[in-house]
Write a protein that binds this ligand. Structure first.
Ligand code: CA
Length: 453
């Protein structure tokens, strides 16, 4: 194995380190241009016996580095980025190419790359003479202990010299604020994630036939995600036939799909770290019943109303209120509720049929970093105002319990979810799987026709 062994053709070959370097500079500037920050990566975890779970970098660490190997950490000090990663050892023969310190420095455009074994001593030295140590406590005990040991040693050693940090500050606040507004590099990756996820949903729609199982439909989506280069699912996919759709986080995905019922699929891929999050609900047999169509179109109208609220200055709460109004009116029209719509909303009468929020931030995490709301100095709750570059889901639903007395409505669960980017003039919905009743039925009809020919 020569020191200059090139990596095989992989994502690493078209990796651009510039956006990550810009984010590190931005964070350092938000730290006030001084202090030391430790941003460690996630640690590998065992799934069973000696088998680890597939490794996935911590989102904060990845946001600043693009580095996706285990046993790594980033230190920002004096405006310089130091990446700590694995050194060369015999495990490479088993596990394949690693960057090592010598390749990582150039590829990830950091000022220095050093072996992870040197992290604690290097951090201790860097803390000398500093006033602020930036670290996110409580995420990982292993790193908490290392960070506090380094701080303790630095304080003891520097007692009579330059001193060591007295302030422990949390970088989650500045970094979460940064992650809330996506830069052009992130938006481009999120569009690619959305394109793949949309194709996965379109494939499931075409493949669905009565009698097939939920997991077989899940396999169609997984197949499309991987063949198009996604890392995999961004979260555990929900493929819920019939009444299972009323279980919001149903992931058993093991029941047969019956003609006459609907199937709800909530699935999104992860592409180079970024999540897409889409839900579609469609009839297993390819045609909506009259009652299914009425309910489905109520949810579509609620989504349209919520999307119309996405523009700079608006908020997740205003989107939710718009969806709730349309859904509550729809519940009244269906006979699920009776009374004045304003009163029904005020009392939360819709909640037995719509019990979740209408959207959340989306990015490296499917429920992405950034506060949805905060409490201001007067103790009032203030929702984060939308600004261009924010990305979020819009996902109203309608869930009618299986024991409801109206037979054609009982056990019906519907959700429609798309992903939107806030733009200066409003928003852009950048997910695109078939959604209207006509588009869904026509796509399924054409797919069924191909079966017969
Ligand atoms: Ca979802």
């Amino acid at each position: 194995m020569s020191a200059a062994a090139a990596p095989p053709l992989s994502r690493a070959d078209y990796f651009d380190p510039a956006p990550f370097a810009r984010r590190r500079a931005e964070l350092f500037s938000r730290m006030g241009g001084s202090g030391v920050a430790l941003i460690p990566n996630a640690r590998e975890r065992l799934r069973n016996a000696s088998n680890p779970y597939p490794f996935r970098s911590d989102s904060f660490f990845y946001y600043l580095t693009g580095f996706s190997e285990t046993q790594s950490a980033l230190v920002l000090a004096n405006g310089r980025a130091l990446l700590f990663c694995r050194a060369r050892d015999e495990r490479e023969i088993w596990e394949g190419y690693r960057f090592h310190t010598e390749n990582a420095r150039a590829r990830f455009a950091v000022e220095e790359a050093r072996p992870i074994a040197e992290l604690e001593s290097a951090l201790t030295e860097l803390l000398a003479g500093q006033t602020d140590f930036w670290y996110a406590q409580g995420m990982e005990e292993y790193w908490d202990q290392l960070a506090l040991r380094a701080l303790k040693t630095a304080r003891a050693a520097e007692q009579e010299k330059r001193g060591a940090p007295t302030a422990l500050r949390d970088w989650r606040e500045p970094l979460s604020a940064m992650r809330l507004r996506k830069d052009a590099h992130e938006v481009s990756l999120m569009r690619q994630a959305a394109d793949i996820a949309s194709a996965g949903h379109a494939r499931a729609l075409r493949a669905c036939r009565p009698g097939m199982t939920e997991y077989a439909l899940e396999a169609e989506i997984s197949h499309e995600f991987r063949r198009r280069g996604a890392d995999g699912h961004a979260y555990n996919p929900i493929v819920a036939g019939g009444v299972h759709a009323c279980t919001l986080h149903y992931t058993h995905n093991d029941a047969p799909l019956r003609a006459g019922s609907l199937v709800l699929i909530d699935a999104g891929c992860e592409y180079r770290g970024y999540a897409a999050d889409i839900t579609r609900t469609f009839p297993v047999g390819g045609r909506f019943s009259a009652a299914q169509k009425i309910c489905y179109e109520i949810v579509l109208a609620a989504q349209e109303a919520a999307l119309a609220e996405i523009r700079p200055g608006s908020s997740l709460d205003l989107c939710h209120a718009a969806a709730v109004r349309v859904l509550t009116q729809g519940m009244k029209d269906l006979g699920l509720l009776s009374g004045d719509v304003d009163g029904l909303i005020e009392r939360g009468a819709y909640q037995p049929y719509y019990m979740h929020r209408t959207g959340h931030w989306l990015g490296l995490d499917v429920h992405d970093a950034g506060a949805a709301r905060r409490v201001n100095a007067d103790g009032q709750e203030v929702w984060t105002a939308f600004a261009p570059g924010m990305t979020l889901t819009c996902e109203p639903g309608l869930y009618i319990p299986a024991n409801h007395t109206t037979r054609e409505l009982a056990g019906m669960g519907i959700r429609v979810e798309d992903d939107a980017l806030v733009t200066p003039g409003g928003c852009e919905v950048y997910t695109a799987a078939p959604k209207s009743v006509a588009d869904i039925e026509e796509t399924m009809r054409q797919a069924a026709e191909l079966d017969l020919s």
